[in-house]
Design a protein around this ligand. Structure first.
Ligand code: NDP
Length: 447
């Protein structure tokens, strides 16, 4: 045992003892700590500064009541959260998730990951995350609007363009951001730098909607290239059919691959000819329908109940784009058996620790979420820049910057892994590169 590993074990024990009921947060911290020992061996001053104790505790965690009236006139009450995790390199930045599973553990895991993801983008943004256990599914537009207005009435007290800039995540898309922004404006006046993912008519950035999915494919292409492979001609399995999945599918097919699946929490479709993106957009973005409805309008698509990761398919690349912990050790074994040589994560923490170990043991190329899905927040930071400048960039300019950011981020992860003797481990590389910048900033700003 070295001094560094003793220190890291002590921090892990403290996190476990302090928050025993936060399994997702424990998992995210555990995955990170497993890879970071070499940095503390090289920088003993980080131990003295107790950087990990400061990084594993949010700077601020807010929980609030969100009362709203449903269409039948009944008063409903949900929980709202905003966790401001770390501001060493810039204002807190990270999405809002509306999903019935949301609790403090999930928001803390997302905020913790966000800190290193945002650092990896090379842009000056700190880490935060928020949301609510509100379930937007099946709600009318008027209910969504009343909920968003009530949520912002409270959240507006804690955010600001140089303080904390939320965006969308699961269950929070353009419609919700619009209602949230409308309420913020009524309360505090017009400041479009307060939220990202806004509509194009009021300060949104071109290519933000596409950014996480496109960025995932730019990252995957870079990872394949580094290993002498390419996307063209490959068969891909995607999970999810939301914002990330739709634009990952679109970009993958534009780059010459065939995406044979898309899914929701009820089931998945398989189409050997490739998912029809305009039809998927029509079902998910316009009609807010289900994958079953997609299968009904695409004759070559077959619908099945259950998880796509339990399907018996043959493919080359897996892109999980739905939610956390969708892939456990058993499903990872299925992915390897299916012939996949690469997994890149569009969703946050979709693979549990057993799944990650299985990929690594089998020599599957593994692109971890905090690097592979950083494109969304990167373009959000570009949106903040456009709002400050009070003008907007073209789609081609933003998309080009996104591609550069993803390629640089991948190269930085490779370089960090090489420097610390863990070449080819893109998870360790991303953790080390993301952490190093935050650590330097924290040290520079004093104790
Ligand atoms: P959306 O809400 O747009 O879509 C989520 C998709 O995942 C839906 O198809 C949903 O199906 C499916 N899903 C949710 N829960 C489950 C489950 N338990 N099992 C199977 N499928 C499920 O969210 P996003 O596309 O925005 O986000 C997806 C992931 O990507 C999340 O992990 C998010 O944190 C991450 N991410 C998103 C970014 C963004 O810019 N939007 C940026 C970086 C990461 P259903 O409709 O049935 O719920």
């Amino acid at each position: 045992m070295t001094q560094a590993s003793d220190y890291i074990n002590a921090v892990a024990a403290t996190v476990k003892q302090r928050d025993p009921n936060q399994p997702e947060f424990q998992e995210a911290v555990g995955n990170f700590l497993k890879t970071i020992t070499p940095v503390f061996e090289k920088h003993p001053e980080y131990i003295k500064a107790n950087l990990l104790a400061r990084l594993t505790e949010p700077e601020r965690a807010l929980q609030f009541q969100v009362p709203w009236q449903d269409d039948s006139g009944k008063m409903q009450v949900n929980r709202g959260f905003r966790v401001q995790f770390n501001s060493a390199i810039g204002p807190y930045k990270g999405g809002l998730r509306f999903h019935p599973s949301v609790n403090l553990s999930i928001i803390k895991f997302l905020g913790f990951e966000q800190t290193f993801k945002n650092s990896l983008t090379g842009l000056p943004i700190g880490g935060g995350k928020g949301g609510s256990d509100f379930n937007p599914k099946g709600k009318s537009d008027a209910e969504i609007m009343r909920f968003c207005q009530s949520f912002m009435l409270e959240l507006s007290k804690y955010i600001g363009p140089d303080m904390d800039v939320p965006a969308g995540d699961m269950g929070v898309g353009g419609r919700e951001i619009g209602y949230l922004y409308g309420m913020y404006k009524r309360l505090k006046g017009s400041q479009n730098g307060i939220l990202t993912g806004k509509g194009l008519t009021y300060g949104g950035s071109l290519a933000r909607t596409e950014a996480t999915g496109y960025g995932l494919l730019y990252y995957t292409s870079a990872m394949l290239k580094e290993n002498g492979k390419e996307l063209a001609g490959k068969k891909i399995v995607v999970s999810g059919a939301g914002n990330v999945a739709i634009y990952a599918i679109q970009k993958a097919q534009e780059l010459g691959a065939t995406v044979i699946t898309a899914s929701d929490s009820n089931g998945y479709v398989v189409d050997p000819n490739g998912i029809d993106v305009p039809k998927l957009q029509q079902i998910k973005e316009v009609q807010r329908g289900r994958m079953k409805d997609y299968a009904a309008i695409v004759p070559t698509a077959e619908y099945h109940e259950g998880s796509v990761w339990d399907a018996d398919l043959q493919y080359d690349i897996a892109l999980p784009c739905a939610t956390q912990n969708e892939i456990d050790g058993k499903r990872a074994a299925g992915i390897i058996k299916a012939g996949a040589f690469a997994v890149a994560e569009g969703a946050n923490m979709p693979s549990n620790p057993e799944a990650i170990a299985a990929y690594q043991d089998a020599g599957v190329l593994y692109g971890p979420a905090k690097a592979a899905n950083a494109g969304g927040v990167a373009v959000s930071a570009l949106e903040m820049g456009q709002n400050s400048r009070r003008n907007s960039d073209s789609f081609a300019t933003v998309d080009g910057e996104l591609k550069d950011i993803m390629e640089t981020l991948f190269a930085n992860s490779v370089a960090a892994a090489d420097e610390y003797g863990v070449s080819g481990d893109y998870l360790a590389g991303a953790n080390i590169a993301g952490f190093s910048k935050v650590a330097e900033a924290m040290m520079a700003q004093g104790w």
